[in-house]
Design a protein around this ligand. Sequence first.
Ligand code: E4P
Length: 217
Amino acid sequence: MQFFLDSADVDVIKKLALTGLVDGVTTNPSLVLQSGWSFEEALREICAAVEGPVSAEVVAADFEGIVKEGLHLAKIANNIVVKVPLTFDGLKACQVFCVEEIPVNVTLCFSASQALMAAKAGATFISPFIGRLDDAGHDGLHLIHEIAQIYRQFDFETQILAASIRHPLHVIEAAKLGCDAATIPPKIFEQLIKHPLTDKGLENFTKDWAKTGQKIL
Ligand code: E4P
């Protein structure tokens, strides 16, 4: 399973990339706003810091605008994935990007029928927003289950990228459902490795080792 960071904060991405466990990054206009970075500058830095796919979202809503912006963004670096909205214009543009061999992340997916349409359009990634569905009183993980079932049935190559992750359990459940990737906010990425018993165990081992008076090196 690939782990992407859901962030446009260049410093945080650079820091977490040093763990060797970050496979890619997803950005969106709200994350760019939060980061305070200029979009293109941030993309250049992120693409240099992370080898894998870096999603850059278009803001145009019409087909021609999406294609123009996507082609422009794709030139920024070899690992750019153009992120398009789940609309007919977005999916039409997705087909153009497929011909150009530019990978596409279809974003804002909230239903299995939308995911099916995105796969038919040749999307590289589909991003079901599970946290926002949960927030609205629905079951985000159930959507992933449905998409996985449909994609397997027809051998679609589109990868399921669990998005709008709110807590570590979302990542675990997405993994159990066979998601190809999850895009994870930095804070939750750090929580994934934390366990109080690990900290306590380490503290005890360190104390006991000191009492032995020995050294390894
Ligand atoms: C996905 O690509 C989006 O950037 C992201 O997961 C949205 O998450 P949110 O619901 O926390 O804004």
